[in-house]
Design a protein around this ligand. Structure first.
Ligand code: ACO
Length: 336
């Protein structure tokens, strides 16, 4: 059994923040951000907006493109590190979409590599049998975990949602040629948002009692802490190698790639990977300038824009790669 990509969609929140806007809150400039990252604008969820609703909108667009009814979806994978429920938001999306017939829905957490892991997981479900239409959604609102006083990181991130529909097909039509996935907990210290307790024992009145020994029941997560230079070096080192491995498994060469669609983290990372692989600029998809790093959403958002603008066409071969916190990274060679 094979699987193929049959639809994509994306959604972005309404608040636009330009580099000039950011320079009003931290000591930075449009020039610094543009030169070091390639980012010009990003969209941010308002305090009232819901990431789950944004993810649902992206999924609806993917279903419409594929001309598949929500009732026929049998698995919803929400790739996110910022769910609105600690126990996962995917079932809420399943409900909002109106997926019937007892589908399965759950979250996958792997930061900026999340979408790729979701795609590979979806393919494994379909190839294993019993699943025909799988929605893979990448959605993140890292703005909720950004330290807006840290100019080294707050300039990078934006919020968005993107989705693809993967469908079962005959093996000769298979559209996921090969993949390569990795993680390395050793590098976690370079990029993290760790759990913390919000209140002290004296605030909670639990000093000296048994309750003082128990978890405080007021946990949340700290803001993103990042060593940008280390993350940059990591990405430029592992991504080209991972794509080469996936190409080798697929029996393809770099010259067979029509499009390179990388996780959109920094234009200098995208350029460095393309140069290492000798992929010409005109075959590299980049929309980072408009949205910043949207974590798990960035790959399906870039793909969706490229498909809807007519750049990526049916039958094109795409090399895609994600990398980020964990540390996690990987790549896949797919046919649109
Ligand atoms: N505006 C102006 N100056 C700044 C800013 C800013 N926004 N940020 C940092 N600087 C200053 C620094 O203080 C430093 O000043 P100093 O030389 O006086 O000490 C100088 O600029 C250079 O700082 P570096 O951190 O060395 O700058 P670098 O060229 O490494 O760029 C950046 C920083 C853009 C963060 C880069 O390292 C990067 O993009 N790294 C990858 C990060 C990334 O992609 N993270 C997400 C991964 S995906 C995920 O899973 C979430």
């Amino acid at each position: 059994k094979g699987c193929k990509l049959v639809g994509c969609g994306s959604a972005i929140p309404s608040i636009q923040i330009s580099n000039d806007n950011l320079s009003e809150i931290v000591d930075t400039s449009d020039e610094w951000i543009s030169v070091r990252t390639g980012i010009k604008n990003r969209s941010i969820l308002s305090r009232q907006d819901s990431l789950t609703a944004l993810a649902t909108e992206a999924a609806q667009k993917a279903l419409q493109m594929a001309e598949v009814e929500p009732n026929d979806v049998d698995l919803v994978l929400l790739c996110t590190s910022t769910p609105e429920d600690l126990f996962g938001s995917a079932p809420q999306i399943q409900k909002a979409l109106g997926c019937g017939n007892n589908p399965l829905a759950y979250d996958i957490t792997a930061a900026c590599s999340g979408f790729l892991l979701g795609l590979v997981s979806a393919a494994c479900y379909i190839r294993g049998g019993g699943f025909n239409n799988v929605l893979v959604i990448g959605a993140d609102a890292l703005s909720r975990y950004v330290d807006w006083k840290d100019r080294g990181s707050c300039i990078l991130f934006g919020d968005a949602a993107g989705a693809v529909l993967l469908q079962s097909c005959d093996s000769e039509e298979d559209g996921l040629f090969a993949f390569d996935m990795h993680s390395d907990g050793e590098g976690q210290r370079h990029l993290k948002a760790s759990m913390k307790e919000d209140k002290t024992d004296s605030e909670l009145g639990t000093n000296g009692s048994l309750l003082g020994l128990l978890p405080k029941g007021s946990s949340s997560y700290s803001c993103i802490e990042m060593n940008g230079k280390e993350v940059f070096r990591f990405a430029v080192r592992v991504v080209p190698h991972s794509i080469e491995l996936a190409l080798e498994k697929a029996g393809l060469a770099v010259s067979d790639i029509d499009w390179l669609v990388l996780h959109q983290a920094n234009q200098r990372i995208i350029d460095a990977v393309a140069t290492r692989l000798e992929v010409p600029q005109e075959r590299v998809i980049s929309n980072l300038a408009n949205y910043g790093n949207t974590s798990a959403a960035s790959i399906p958002l870039a793909l969706d824009e490229a498909v809807r603008s007519g750049k990526v066409r049916a039958g094109d071969t795409i090399a895609t790669a994600g990398f980020g916190a964990g540390l996690t990274w990987g790549s896949a060679i797919v046919r649109w």
